[in-house]
Ligand binder design. Structure first.
Ligand code: 5AD
Ligand code: SF4
Length: 470
């Protein structure tokens, strides 16, 4: 039945998409009803983008979206950056087991970062043998092929690659929003921060060719996308390993020229690689948003060294100062870990000091989570949970009170927002996003979604605004 399979990508996947469509059609005819899917995404923006690719393939082969508890095909795109993400997945899987017993046509697939850990796959094989397809982060583009393998056999399909240097372009994807989209510019990470599992599960850093990125963005713009978010674990080192190296700042100036794109965002910046060239390009740009996510992780130079972050507290503060001087209206946000092995109260005070000096618009705060296989997992002096939790609470309080003050700075101004959705709390209101990433809720209807409108920021509510359209 499977003949003349193309060896080249993406042609090979288009062949399997066609085959999967035939097989799904047969199933639908046998059952006498449509077939549905649901993709559940854990973790970061990278995973969110990967899920759009999975959705693109599922829609092209004839599945329709449905809620998780009713879908015929449930896919979990997993995260493993902290332990609790893993625990949550096992909980969700447990809930699916009885449904799957009742409905023999149901399928469950697992993919994403957690699947790159051999001990996870072992546990799944042993205790969750009702799962149909397991694949990892490097071969997500092969989803259609794996689906065909599963539909033509009755066994669990497992395909995990340890690493890859391959980037497959031009596959379908289904965007969550018609007017904005994430776009991968690079994959993997070479930094090996000592607490982080990402370099082990996402592999070595590799950048996409600038032409491929520009082509994809032009296509998106033609399709109605006006805001893009460039995605990479460390966008500041984009292009360094390409055959013809190019800087991230240069890529931004090329993207800026694309007509139809009005807003450019990017994530995540590593402080050690953030160049003066980038600051200059941002300062001179009318499209690059006034927001920079600049994870500090800790304010103690001693801990930063143990984290292998390759900057000191002083260097970070100097960088933040330089950015603020060049782009005064920029919003700075960050990630902070508390309770890293060996962290003392003194180290923690250094972190609080950075928070007070930089005055972040918001910060994601995390309790250190031990990830097996990382250097930090075997470091001495792991911090007791109560101590870490106490620091976490104190940090959160500081971060929140400063964020409320920095957010209030814009009160009374009128700014352009991109309207994203009808407000979750009030159907008479819509929610829009400012260039600096803050949200504002204001009276308006569905017809405004995807539009840019001027809104007065009348009242600051801590980390969002209430306003009115002008
Ligand atoms: N424990 C706690 N937080 C972590 N992060 C990454 N690894 C860990 C870990 N082991 C946080 C970092 C990173 C963010 C995405 O997740 O702050 O910037
Ligand atoms: Fe993890 Fe550090 Fe790479 Fe970020 S830069 S993904 S924290 S190793």
């Amino acid at each position: 039945m499977l003949e003349n399979i193309p060896a080249k990508e993406p042609e090979r996947q288009y062949y399997f998409i066609e085959k999967a469509r035939e097989l799904v059609q047969e199933r639908k005819e046998t059952l006498g009803r449509p077939l549905s899917y649901h993709v559940i995404t854990f973790g970061c923006q990278m995973n969110a983008r990967d899920s759009e690719k999975l959705r693109g393939i599922l829609e092209s082969v004839g599945y329709e979206e449905a809620p998780e508890d009713r879908a015929d095909f449930v896919i979990y795109n997993t995260c493993t950056v902290r332990e609790n993400a893993n625990t949550r997945l096992y909980g969700r899987l447990g809930q699916q087991k009885p449904r799957k017993k009742k409905n023999p046509h149901m399928m469950i697939a697992l993919c994403g970062c957690m699947m790159q850990e051999p001990q996870v796959v072992e546990k799944l094989k042993k205790s969750y043998s009702f799962v149909d397809i397991i694949f990892g982060t490097h071969n997500i583009y092969k989803f259609a092929e794996l689906l065909v393998t599963r539909l033509t056999s009755e066994r669990m399909v497992i395909d995990i690659w340890k690493d890859t240097d391959k980037i497959v372009e031009d596959l379908p994807n289904q965007r969550k929003y018609p007017f904005k989209s994430g776009i991968n510019i690079m994959f993997g990470c070479n930094n090996f921060c000592s607490y982080c599992i990402v370099p082990y599960v996402r592999g070595r850093e590799r950048s996409r060719q600038p032409e491929a990125i520009l082509r994809e963005i032009r296509r998106m713009a033609a399709d109605g996308v006006t805001e893009i978010m460039l995605l990479g674990q460390n966008v500041n080192s984009y292009g360094k390993t390409l055959e013809h190296p190019i800087s991230f700042a240069r890529l931004l100036t090329m993207i800026e020229e694309i007509e139809g794109i009005r807003r450019i965002r990017f994530m995540t910046s590593h402080p050690k690689d953030l160049s003066d060239e980038l600051i200059q390009v941002m300062a001179g740009s009318s499209k690059i948003c006034r927001h920079l996510h600049l994870p500090v992780q800790s304010g103690s130079s001693r801990i930063l060294q143990k984290m292998n972050r390759r900057y000191t507290k002083e260097q970070y503060l100097e960088l933040a100062g330089k950015i603020r001087a060049a782009i005064p209206d920029i919003s700075l946000t960050t990630d902070i870990i508390v309770g890293f092995p060996g962290e003392t109260e003194e180290d923690f005070q250094e972190t609080l000091d950075v928070v007070r000096k930089v005055r972040y618009d918001s910060a994601f705060t995390f309790l250190y989570s031990k990830r097996t296989g990382t250097p930090a997992a075997v470091m001495e002096d792991q911090v007791p949970e109560e101590v870490a939790k106490d620091r976490f609470n104190r940090l959160l309080q500081e971060v929140q009170s400063i964020a409320a003050q920095t957010c209030a700075v814009h009160e009374g101004t009128t700014q352009e927002v991109l309207v994203e959705a009808v407000s979750e709390h009030d159907p008479g209101m819509v929610t829009g996003r400012l260039s600096n990433n803050l949200l504002v809720h204001f009276p308006g209807g569905e017809e405004l979604i995807g539009q840019y409108v001027d809104v007065s920021l009348d009242q600051c509510k801590g980390f969002y605004y209430l306003g009115e359209m002008k």
